[in-house]
Design a protein around this ligand. Sequence first.
Ligand SMILES: [Zn+2]
Length: 345
Amino acid sequence: MNDREWMAETLLGLLNTPSPTGYTHRAAERIENTLRGLSFQPERTHKGNVVCCLGGEGAPLALSAHVDTLGAMVRSVKPNGRLRLCQIGGYAWNSIENENVRVFARDGREYTGCVYLTTPATHVFRDMGSVKRDDTTMEVVLDENVKDAQGVKALGIGPGCFVAFEPRACILPSGCIKSRHLDDKASSAVLLRLAKAVAEGAVKPARRLYLIFTVHEEVGHGASAGLPEDTQDILSVDMGCVGDDLGCDETMVSICAKDSRGPYNYELTSRLIELAEENGLRYAVDIYPAYGSDADAALSAGYDLRHALIGPGVFASHGYERGHLDGLENTYRLLTAFVQDTKTI
Ligand SMILES: [Zn+2]
């Protein structure tokens, strides 16, 4: 297996590990196990982030990706045994219509179900196409023989149980990737590939290098705590947006110059653009007015850092997403150039 295939396998493993924000311990363990297998010593912070030093000396740089994803929580159990949801993270309700889910009872039992409209049958509800999708018109039907709230309670399911959406992850021979939660498991896999390259001596960081896998990005405060004290720069490695008036596509690495929280650091962003150019990468510089990152969260929390944001292009973000191995490859190559570069230190 070559390194690109290793990255693809690692990505599939992460995608198939449920990790809605608040229920991320399995994904965190998976990342820790991968890093330990590469002879690193990852640590878990109090809030659940995985922090790992990859070595190197001086001018510490933190690379962050998030392994938490969108998801839902059971808000209430209806008298007919259906589950009303509340969202974890921000997404359009129609993007989860007819999606299979896993429901986690707090006692460890797990169940499956599916998200439906409360009026889901064309032959019965003639206006189903125009019904506004929201938490009152959509619900989870469990794949269990339960018809009332009492039956659901007996399964151990009630308000506060986590719900994860089926990712339907696949990587096709063309390199095309279809899955939920490429945001940000795609970049998490890229960071693990970088760790592998450092472990094997193929990449030699020009500065002290930390990997941070955060678990609260989708609710806005992923990297707001627990960064190593000596960190000087933070580079968020998160998805690049694809859409109207944006230059990025799924095969590119996106370099974000400004998002909803303001411009990224001038020096770091300019150097990332230079390195992309020098290395002949497919890239785009874009502005994301409806986007916030872990690097923003770190600065908002009061960390005194330079910050930047890059990541592979992801189409239909926060829905059934679409990416490409070439986008991950370009992101990886920009990262390897940046961590071995001394110009901005
Ligand atoms: Zn993200």
